[in-house]
Design a protein around this ligand. Structure first.
Ligand SMILES: [Mg+2]
Length: 168
């Protein structure tokens, strides 16, 4: 379905606990990398991120990295350090990457969610693939005018879906 509105909005990934995700019937959480899990300049997971992954795993939620990054090295290293599977060059908002990820994890669309910081890739792609979309605020916009422009373009959509807050 073509929709630019996220299923839910949250401040950051840390609002999404294993318990609340599992409570929504989510067994697979696809996650964007840049400005969702870490800022652009960073390449290693923080301790908070490792703890978050553990919390998800304890509740039976698999974390999977779905990145549009065309250079696979950084996302692959990051995923390895976090101990999760990943798919790079995913081509979001095309749906192919979503379906490949779900197939690899043996998960149906109905038990899958995607968390990301961008409407026109993460949210649109997830909605098209029939996966629940969770939009967060970008970790850091600083340093790139293009990122500000994109964020401003997204603001009306964030505003339109302001009632769809993640309840954690
Ligand atoms: Mg991103």
């Amino acid at each position: 379905m073509f929709s630019l509105l996220p299923w839910r909005q949250a401040r950051s990934i840390f609002d999404l606990t294993g318990e609340t995700l599992a409570g929504q019937g989510i067994a697979l959480l696809l996650a964007d990398l840049d400005n969702t899990l870490i800022p652009y300049a960073q390449s290693q997971p923080t301790q908070a991120l490792l703890d978050w992954r553990d919390d998800l795993a304890r509740h039976g939620v698999t974390l999977f990295l779905l990145s549009n990054n065309r250079k696979p090295q950084r996302p692959e290293r990051f995923a390895q350090a976090l101990g999760i599977d990943c798919l790079t060059h995913a081509g979001k908002p095309k749906t192919g990457g979503f379906f490949r990820a779900m197939e690899r994890c043996g998960a149906a669309a109905g038990e899958t969610a995607m968390v990301g910081d961008q409407v026109f890739t993460d949210v649109l792609g997830a909605n098209r693939a029939g996966v629940r979309s969770i939009l967060i605020r970008p970790i850091r916009l600083a340093g790139n005018p293009g990122r500000y422009l994109r964020y401003w373009a997204e603001l009306p959509l964030r505003w339109l879906s302001r009632g769809r807050r993640w309840k954690g």
